[in-house]
Design a binder for this molecule. Sequence first.
Ligand code: NAD
Length: 397
Amino acid sequence: MALQVVSPRIRGFIATNAHPDGCALNVRRQIEVARGLRGSTQRYRNVLVIGSSTGYGLASLLSAAFGLDANVLGVCFERESTEDRTGSAGWYNLAEAHRVAREESRLVRTINGDAFSHAVKQQAVDALRAEFGPLDLVVYSLAAPRRQDADSDTVWSSVLKPIGAPYTGKTIDLRNDAVVETTIEPATDDEIEATVKVMGGEDWAAWLHTLADAGLLAPGCRTVAYSYIGPEVTYPIYRSGTIGRAKEHLEASATALTAMLKDRCQGAAWVSINKAVVTQASAAIPAVALYMSIAFKLMKERGTHEGTIEQIVRLLREHLNLDVPLVDEEGRIRIDDWEMQPDLQAEIAAIWDTITTDTLTEVSDYAGYKRDFEQLFGFSVPGIDYAAPTEVHRLIQ
Ligand code: NAD
C-alpha cells in the first residue's frame, strides 16, 4: 500500500509521473465508446496488439476486447511504480483495462517488455499457445524512440528531422505557451536509416513471420499498422522528413506482408492512415502541436473531431469489418478522411499563416490540446479528486 497525493510533473512535452485514478477513468470512458461496436463483426476472436498501453494501441485493445468481445494479448513497454515514483500512464491504463476485463470474465493479457526483442516475441508465442490459439488480427501500433537490434548490441535512435534542407517554421513552445519560429537542421544519412529501423516495417514483418512460423495465424488472419500523412505545413518535418521515410517503409512492408500472408494463411496486411491525435508520441513532433490546436478547433466546430477510440471504432466498424476493406489508390485505409477534407485544410492553412502567441488561444483550441495532453497522464480529468491520496501501486493482473 502506498497512498499518495499525486500532482502533475509536466514540463513541455515530457511528463514524469501519472495519476492512477485519472488514467483509470480515461480507460473506462474509452471502454464505453468501444461497447458501441458490439455486434458489428464476428471476424476477430483472437487479437494481438503490439503497443497496447497508450494512444492508438490502447484504443485498439479496448475496442477489440470490449467492443468485439475478442480475446486480446497486448505487448507494451511500461514502468511499474517504485518507492519514489508513480507508474507510467500506460501501466495504469492497463491495470484498469485488466481489472474491468476480469470483472466481465474477458481474456485480456499483457506482456510488458521490449517488442523488438526475440524474448518478447517468444513470450507472445508461448502465451498465445497456452491461452489463445491462432490469431485473427494483429495490430502494430508501436511508437518507440529507439530500437535495440535483437541480434547485436546495436541501438538505433529515431529522430524527427527534415531531409535535404533545414526546416524553419512555426511551432509551439509548450513550456511558455508561445508560438515561436524554430529551425531544425536536416538529418544525416545514418539518422534517416536509424529512424527507418525504429519506425519502419521491419519489426512488423518480423512479428508476422514469427507468428506464421509458430502456426499462430488463423485462416484469413489480418494485420494492420498505423501511419500518418497530414497537411503540407508539416510535410518538411513529418511526411517528407525522417519519420515520413520510416512510414513509407512501413507502407511498403504491407505489400510484402500481404504476399506472405496470402501464401501462408490467405491473410492480408494493411496500413491505416489515422488522424492526428494527442498522444505521447505525437506531442514530441515540432509543429504538430500547433497544427493540431488549429485543426481541433475547426473540427470540433464542424462536429468531425475524433480521439483515438472514436477513430479505431470507425476503423473496425467501417473498414476492417468488410470482406475487402476500402482503400485509396495506394492500397491504404484512410480514416484521416475528415481531417484531410480540402476546405478544412484550406481554413487551417490560412490560420497557420497568421497565428501568433497573441492570437493562439483565440484562433486555435490550444487549451483543449493542453488538456488532452495532461489527460494522457491522468491529470485534468473531470470527476477526479486530485487533493485525495490514492494508491499508486497498482497491478496489471
Ligand atoms: P503512443 O506513444 O501513445 O503509444 C506507443 C505504444 O508503443 C505504447 O503502448 C508503448 O508502450 C509502446 N512501445 C514503445 N516502445 C516499445 C517497445 N520497445 N516495446 C514494446 N512496446 C513499446 O503512440 P501513438 O501515437 O498511439 O502511436 C502508435 C502508432 O500510431 C504509431 O505508428 C504512430 O505513428 C501512429 N499514428 C499516430 C498518430 C498520432 O497523431 N498520434 C496519427 C497517425 C498514426
